[in-house]
Design a protein around this ligand. Sequence first.
Ligand SMILES: Cc1cc2nc3c(=O)[nH]c(=O)nc-3n(C[C@H](O)[C@H](O)[C@H](O)COP(=O)(O)OP(=O)(O)OC[C@H]3O[C@@H](n4cnc5c(N)ncnc54)[C@H](O)[C@@H]3O)c2cc1C
Length: 415
Amino acid sequence: MSSLPSSIDVAIIGAGAAGLGAAHALRDKDVSFIVLEGRDRIGGRAHTIMASPEVTFDLGCGWLHSADRNSFAVIAEQLAFTIDKSRPPWRDQAYEAAFPRAEREDFLRALEAFFTRTAEAATSGRDAPASICLEPGNRWNGMIDAICTYLNGCELDQMSLLDFEAYEDTELNWRVRGGYGALVAAYGAGLPVALNCNVTLIDHSDKRVRLTTSQGTLTADKVIVTVPTNLIAEEALRFKPALPDKVAAASGLPLGLDNKVTLALEGWEHLPKDSGMRGRSSTARVGSFQLRPFGQPCIEGFYGGSFARQIEAAGEGALAAQAIDDVVALLGSDIRKSLRPLAESRWGADPFARGAYSHALPGHAGKRAVLAAPVDERLFFAGEATPPDFFSTAHGARDSGERAAREALASLGRP
Ligand SMILES: Cc1cc2nc3c(=O)[nH]c(=O)nc-3n(C[C@H](O)[C@H](O)[C@H](O)COP(=O)(O)OP(=O)(O)OC[C@H]3O[C@@H](n4cnc5c(N)ncnc54)[C@H](O)[C@@H]3O)c2cc1C
């Protein structure tokens, strides 16, 4: 951990994937820089824990999305992390009884038809809530909405159609055996980071930018801001003079909510490892499960949108209790005594995240470019909300940090 200098060329705010990407791009470039991080650890929304001696669990990102174009897939190989390239079980179902095959196929057809309609609707260039593409009266609308909560952290009526379509996905999804959060932490090892350093004010009224932090003040020539949008929108981090365009852009790109839970599973080794399980539902209030991920003795659950918000509001332990009830409903009451809560995320309550990942509200699809634009050749913006295509992801965040660092270097005359 680094102590806070009083003056620096470039200050990077936030040691998540974006801030660490920026820091890597500044190494060996003959500029002084430091990463200022409010938490007592690096990684941000990438965070792997040992939930038990046998269970590695990613509280945040877990999948190397668009793996063939994912810079973290390359970094994982460089850092000797094992990559699992098996197909995710999202469309499969371990238990026929919970969601019989014929019905599942009917649902997948409805989902594909919905995606076709969103693609067609987006060609008009007019934004609208993505929910306009639901077929009125279709019995699978609730489950299609649930899929949106997993993808975006919100229901379709809160989701910009154009943003939904702008997301780029090569449909190749891999995993990191040791944990995605562990990979991001390894990537950040050795970089100059001041931990427990919460930045509250960026004063750019003078020639040099003055940062007020929980560890004192610091002046910098250039500042790269990578904090989650909700912190800018709610002005936990303020600018002086104020930057109303940035606050408005961040408000149009709020973080939705997704939470994850892992339950220890005793016995039940006959459950197929890495299989998916989801009950049939007529609403978006449904969790999604992965059984024995990597063959570990656990079941992982994933909940999104307003259902996740409601469960999180019920307090610590509520997500595990919900997940146990849901698994019992799907697999039968015998399994209850074999399940034990291990760990759960509460990203909405996390003061340095205030949500899971960004989505554009209807009418706000263009706000990613507004948020990403530099101010006055001195303030640069990165983070998962800023890429035009790989937004909401860890690799998109990392690449955006690299982009912001290049912009800062160019403005220092050191491209
Ligand atoms: C449940 C969940 C599942 C996910 N699944 C995936 C997935 O499978 N694949 C994928 O690619 N992505 C996934 N994501 C998204 C991914 O984790 C994020 O997009 C990415 O990690 C964001 O990186 P970032 O650097 O933009 O932001 P962050 O990781 O949030 O980093 C910002 C940093 O800034 C710090 N900070 C905030 N405010 C201040 C301040 N005022 N002063 C100083 N420091 C501050 C924070 O503590 C944080 O460390 C998931 C996220 C969640 C929550």
